[in-house]
Design a protein around this ligand. Structure first.
Ligand code: NDP
Length: 460
């Protein structure tokens, strides 16, 4: 198959060097394909530069304030503690630059040609990049997504997560607007760093789509940490006032803040790529519709990751990228074997709010519709560390079991290291473990995680 592609400059041209694109390019090149990747902004895309990675570093940074306080109950005294924002910001940026270099090395090591320029399609096999036009047998579009800010007067005075990673100064008061991953994560980061933080969401309870019990639990914990939860409303206008910003809300209230962060979703970044010229159909929100092999309506043009707007998560984009590379250039499918597919069932995910949320499988509300006999196991407790720290923070764990066949169908947790714990559980759940398997597993003592194998009483 690769031989038949020699009429083109490349076997695969990848547009966008984010998580999905880099993986697809590397795997394709390692399978013998001639691959180029174009990137106009930064190697590693959103995740590495203005997403998962710097966010997690900020989450670590934000937690130290509590750690200093908690240490007292364990006998530690320290002088006055102080936080210096430029140190955290700039150390983070240095680490990101190091990772940009790592990504460059990985691509070069795999033999992928890196073109640091915007690429646009000028024909079905033709790509305009860095003042020249090249041809490719296959094209993969993985240009990701970009923060969406609703339009209202003064909305340009607000920032998005992109800018939050490079703030010149930490604000004294921050208003975070939205109720998704980014809103709750940044509310926790700001509050942890000592910023007076308010969270404004347009409905009653944020994190729509997550388990209701977990949502209520984390809301109470966030309030206990000093985050002000504003009544449901949307911002209607923002103006400069008293040296800061005043945000007028749809319920008639006004919120004063030094910084307004709009975390109101991300939209597929598909504009200006020449997709229309190449005949690729777009959905109304800009997403690129694809089949289960990530083919667009033009069979040799593929798309993966945030730009297809299925699941906006780095590991999902990576799985999709591997799938495309293997199906195009891997031995199995070239010799008539099965095509690889991505399993979107039971994708485990974590939200790095404070405390963290880790989750795999359906919410209790959805599981109740899906299974006639649902057993809910639930445990809420004070983590051992806080018996001495004196902190009131609690953890919540839930296991959902299909009473018909005893299979564990979901695990939800809010508490320290929830993501670390739920990752392991997701293997068991995806492998079809039963509640009896969980019960037969000996716990690791004393941990919070052992609670997942020691819950015996059905709560509901
Ligand atoms: P989400 O789609 O998760 O949430 C968007 C939020 O904004 C929702 O609460 C939504 O409300 C609200 N919203 C949307 N439009 C408006 C509007 N016009 N006015 C007021 N509110 C509005 O987006 P995020 O920006 O938080 O994150 C984008 C994606 O990035 C996530 O879906 C996630 O997949 C990914 N991500 C993953 C992380 C992780 O794995 N830890 C971390 C950060 C991001 P409503 O609920 O009413 O629709």
């Amino acid at each position: 198959m690769i031989h038949a592609m020699q009429q083109y400059d490349y076997d695969l041209f990848v547009i966008g060097a984010g998580s999905g694109g880099v993986r697809a390019a590397r795997v394709a090149a390692s399978l013998g394909a001639r691959v180029a990747i174009a990137e106009e902004r930064y190697l590693g895309g959103t995740c590495v530069n203005v997403g998962c990675v710097p966010k997690k570093l900020f989450v670590y940074g934000a937690h130290f304030g509590e750690d200093f306080e908690d240490a007292r109950g364990f006998g530690w005294t320290s002088g006055a503690v102080a936080f210096d924002w430029p140190t955290l910001r700039d150390n983070k940026s240095r680490e990101i630059e190091r990772l940009n270099g790592v990504y460059r090395g990985l691509l070069e090591g795999a033999g992928v040609e890196i073109l640091e320029s915007r690429a646009t399609l000028v024909g079905q096999h033709d790509v305009r990049v860095a003042n020249s036009t090249v041809t490719a047998a296959n094209i993969l579009v993985c240009t990701g997504s970009w923060p969406f800010v609703p339009s209202f007067p003064g909305s340009d005075l607000a920032i998005t997560s992109n800018e939050a990673f490079y703030l010149p100064d930490l604000p004294r008061r921050a208003l975070v607007v939205g109720g998704g991953y980014i809103a709750v994560e940044f509310a926790g980061i700001f509050a942890g760093l000592g910023v007076h933080t308010s969270l404004s969401y347009r409905r009653e309870l944020f994190l729509r789509g997550f388990d209701d019990g977990i949502r209520r639990f984390v809301r109470a914990e966030m309030i206990a940490k000093g985050i002000a939860m504003l009544p449901p409303a949307r911002p209607q206008s923002i103006e400069r006032a008293n040296g800061g910003l005043r945000c007028h809300m749809s319920d008639g209230s006004a919120v004063d803040a030094d910084l307004v962060l709009m975390a109101t979703g991300r939209r597929p970044a598909s504009k200006g790529l020449g997709l229309e010229t190449a005949g690729v159909t777009l959905a109304r929100n800009g997403a690129i519709p694809v089949d289960d092999s990530y083919r667009t309506n033009v069979p040799h043009i593929y798309a993966i990751g945030d730009v297809i707007d299925r699941v906006q998560l780095t590991p999902v984009a990576i799985a999709e990228g591997m799938c495309v590379a293997h199906n195009l250039f891997g031995g199995e499918s070239r010799h008539g074997g099965p095509r690889r597919r991505v399993n979107y069932e039971n994708v485990a995910t974590a939200i790095f709010c404070q405390p963290n949320i880790g989750t795999v499988g359906p919410t209790e509300e959805i599981a109740r519709q899906r299974y006639a006999r649902l057993e809910v196991y639930e445990s809420s407790f004070k983590p051992m560390k806080h018996t001495l720290s004196g902190r009131s923070e609690r953890s919540l764990m839930k296991l959902l079991v299909n009473g018909e066949d005893d299979k564990v169908v979901a695990a939800h947790m809010c508490g320290p290291d929830a993501g670390e714990i739920v990752q392991g559980l997701s293997v068991a759940i995806n492998a079809g473990a039963t509640k009896a398997d969980f019960d037969a597993t000996i716990g690791i003592h004393p941990t919070a995680a052992e609670e997942f194998v020691t819950m015996r009483e059905v709560a509901r």
